[in-house]
Design a protein around this ligand. Structure first.
Ligand code: CP3
Length: 357
């Protein structure tokens, strides 16, 4: 499968999160379990994906599939950002090709109060059961995750995916007090969900604020950052690094960094060294190969991956990843070769081949 010496490591990923020296740069992929894997499509069948997430044996198997194919240095729990929301009794389904669809969107302060009342019903026990099972199987660290409050709020308010987030922004500016209450509520739900995942055995957690890049810096600072500060600050006592990720967040990075996580995840639109300069070299960075490039012929993938590594400059605290999730049309072989390439070209120390020093 991979060449000798490119094996995954049990501590490379966590060490890089803490910006400690590593033998090779760690690598994993957002959405490393997904439709690009034929065995995932077989396991998934045509059932409901939320149901799959709520069935620990299936979630465990889906988490393990990519690890049998390539030497990634971390596993990410198979679940979905809408799992905690659904567990509160919110009517949400995930439609193939569309994403989450919420039957009764949150559009008023009384809707927010209703959601707040439902928060007491949060029950993520199947997720925790999957984590417990996984820790017995895994040789690499397990990453837990949650959707960040803004991204969850956008699905709850829009009722589904959006390009412009008009309804979300209209609610945010039109009813700021209700918005604040919604963010406070989601912040508490997410905090509880992350704490429970870590208690169950997750060794790091990633906050997916996938759609927050739609905001300008003023609105991010006023309507999102306070909740993120409280949320990330509340994780400080846990021995699990927090990765804070968003798409299209180049102009928000300095503000996002203020939320306080140990690792910032960045997409491909900002060259890695510029992103790292913006957040400061006193945090670790994760990214940032364009996932669409991974669908292209290998030579292109290789060239773009080497550019990311060049920009990382061999500094401690780089975790190689894509700038967003693996695309369904990605050839498995491209990712397998990518893992080996990153490991081979970043070998540190006396035994490193001349060209990688
Ligand atoms: O391997 C992994 O990364 C772990 C599994 C994972 C899933 N969802 C399973 C899933 C993770 C980390 C997520 C997070 C998630 N879910 C996010 C944040 C990450 C991101 O991509 O920005 C978001 C926005 C969602 C909401 C969601 N769920 C969307 C937009 C979709 C895609 C709908 C589609 O068909 O294209 C889903 C469905 C989903 N969740 C899939 C997977 C593997 C797609 C495949 C399937 O339907 O089986």
């Amino acid at each position: 499968m991979s060449e000798a010496g490119s094996s995954p490591s049990s501590d490379r990923f966590l060490r890089a999160c803490r910006r400690e020296p590593v033998d090779r740069t760690p690598v994993w992929f957002m959405r490393q379990s997904g439709r690009y894997l034929p065995e995932y499509r077989r396991l998934r069948g045509s059932g409901d994906i939320l149901e799959m997430c709520r069935t620990p044996e299936l979630a465990v198997e889906a988490t393990l599939l990519p690890l049998r194919r390539m030497d990634v240095d971390a596993a990410i729990l198979f679940s979905d950002i809408m799992v905690p929301i659904a567990s509160m009794g919110v009517d949400v389904e995930i439609q193939p090709g569309l994403g989450p669809v919420v039957a009764d969107p949150v559009r008023s302060s009384s809707d927010v109060r209703e959601l707040r009342a439902r928060a007491a019903d949060l029950d993520v026990s199947p997720v925790l059961a999957a984590i417990t099972l996984l820790r017995k199987e895994l040789a690499v660290p397990l990453i837990g995750f949650a959707g960040a409050p803004f991204t969850l709020a956008s699905y709850l308010i829009e009722g589904g995916s959006s390009r412009t987030f008009e309804t979300t922004k209209s609610f945010m500016h039109g009813e700021p007090a209700a918005w604040d209450e919604l963010m406070r509520t989601l912040g508490e739900v997410v905090s509880l969900h992350l704490h429970r995942q870590v208690e169950a055995g997750a060794q790091a957690v990633q906050l997916f604020d996938s759609w927050v890049g739609t905001l300008d810096p003023d609105d991010y600072a006023r309507f999102v950052l306070p909740t993120m500060r409280t949320l990330v600050g509340g994780m400080a006592g846990l021995d699990a690094p927090v990765i804070h990720f968003g798409v299209g967040t180049g102009e928000l990075l300095t503000l996002m960094r203020d939320a306080g996580s140990e690792v910032m995840g960045v997409d491909w639109r900002v060259p890695l060294h510029e992103a790292w300069e913006r957040v400061g070299f006193d945090v670790a960075i994760q990214g940032n190969l364009d996932p669409a490039v991974c669908v292209a012929p290998w030579d292109a993938v290789e060239a773009k991956a080497l550019a990311v590594l060049r920009r990382a400059g061999g500094r401690d605290g780089h975790i190689f990843n894509l700038g967003h999730g693996v695309r369904p049309g990605t050839p498995v072989e491209n990712l397998q070769r990518l893992v080996d390439l990153v490991h081979e070209r970043t070998l540190r120390g006396a035994n490193a081949p001349a060209e990688s020093r």
